[in-house]
Design a protein around this ligand. Structure first.
Ligand code: HEC
Ligand code: HEC
Length: 301
């Protein structure tokens, strides 16, 4: 009997020791890549495009003006971080990603944060940072994003630190997901290009994994909106639009007067119309072409 209790205690002790070793050892299991950014004009232009109009990094990592259509980024706060994002009103403030905060990080450390969700020390980030989305970006796009972040005006600002839930931290440590670079889709294959962009732009974060919509999202400052069904089901309204109408719905927000429109907060939307409206017509058309190929899902009502 005594022996059994001792053995049990020894087992528990071993278990705790093993957990401690795992905790300490695992974050370092994904080394930061050695890659360096060149920062040539073409790379910076691609990075600017992705950060502002596709991956929408600054929509979470800045303050936003919710008195105007789709809450444009307040330019003077671009990248300084935010006390909350639309997904987590409280527990996950977004970090400062201007050179003030990332100046000492290597290019590889920033790339690892974007694609594997680990901070500079190798500890898991809060999953509101959608690294699982960016883990499927081509390497050239990740490096373009890093290069562009280096050029953001430095803003001296320290948002509160996010604290990932314990369980998620543990899973992030024990089962870290290394970046699996995807190839750049062939530029003349519109469906492949659209598939890549729908991922990179995080459409599923709000329209759901099956893109069937129905997610209720809070508008900061009041009210809520429900995302719509983007699958080509005959009863789903949006994909009944023509390709031209789809592209035009986005491009309607590329007009300065529309961007300046004051909008009551409870009638605003979190759909990032203004941010996406600067995507090229080729890219918006590719998104439409891809959405036409996803499995149709019937709308709820
Ligand atoms: C949906 C909101 C959201 C989007 C979009 C987003 N982030 Fe984040 N990001 C966060 C949050 C929240 C954190 C803080 C996580 C933490 O500290 O645990 C974060 C953390 C980071 C960090 C780590 C900073 C540090 O000091 O540890 C980097 C780097 C980063 N994001 C870069 C980016 C880049 C680049 C993009 C676009 C490709 C992006 N983020 C898009 C929400 C977002
Ligand atoms: C931050 C959340 C969010 C993201 C990200 C998002 N959407 Fe939306 N989207 C919404 C919400 C909420 C609505 C419904 C309210 C509205 O129409 O503004 C919506 C509506 C739409 C509509 C329908 C407009 C109409 O008139 O019915 C289209 C088309 C659309 N989204 C496409 C996309 C595509 C394509 C992406 C990715 C490139 C995307 N959305 C990403 C939240 C989002």
């Amino acid at each position: 009997m005594k022996f059994a209790i001792l053995a049990l205690l020894a087992l528990i002790g071993l278990g705790i020791a093993a957990a401690a070793v795992l905790w300490a050892a695992f974050p370092r299991s994904i080394p930061a890549p050695e890659s360096r950014v060149e920062g040539d004009p073409a790379q910076l232009a691609r990075g600017r495009y992705l950060v502002n109009h596709v991956a929408l990094c600054l929509s979470c990592h800045s303050e936003r003006d919710w008195d105007r259509q789709s809450g444009p980024v307040v330019a003077s706060t671009a990248g300084q971080g935010a006390t909350h994002t639309i997904f987590s009103p409280e527990d996950a403030p977004a970090a400062n990603i201007t050179p003030f905060a990332l100046g000492d990080w290597s290019d590889g450390e920033i790339a690892r944060a974007i694609t594997s969700g680990l901070n500079r020390q190798g500890e898991p980030l809060h999953p509101d940072m959608p690294y699982y989305v960016y883990a499927r970006l081509a390497e050239s796009d990740v490096m373009a994003i890093v290069a562009y972040l280096r050029t953001l005006p430095r803003i001296d600002h320290q948002p509160p630190k996010a604290s990932p839930p314990f369980l998620i931290s543990m899973v992030g440590r024990v089962l870290p997901k290394p970046y699996q670079a995807k190839p750049m889709p062939p530029q003349d294959d519109s469906v492949a290009r659209g598939r890549y962009l729908v991922n990179a732009a995080g459409c599923r974060m709000c329209h759901g994994g099956d893109l069937a919509g129905g997610m209720r999202l809070n508008i900061p400052g009041g009210g809520s909106v429900t995302s719509v069904n983007l699958t080509p089901h005959p009863k789903a309204r949006v994909m009944g639009w023509s390709r031209e109408a789809f592209v035009a719905a986005f491009k309607a927000f590329a007009v300065e007067e529309v961007r300046q429109l004051e909008t009551p907060r409870d009638r605003n939307t979190v759909m990032p119309w203004i941010q996406y409206s600067d995507m090229t017509e080729t890219d918006l058309g590719a998104i439409y072409d891809y959405l036409k190929t996803v499995p149709p899902v019937a709308p709820d009502s």
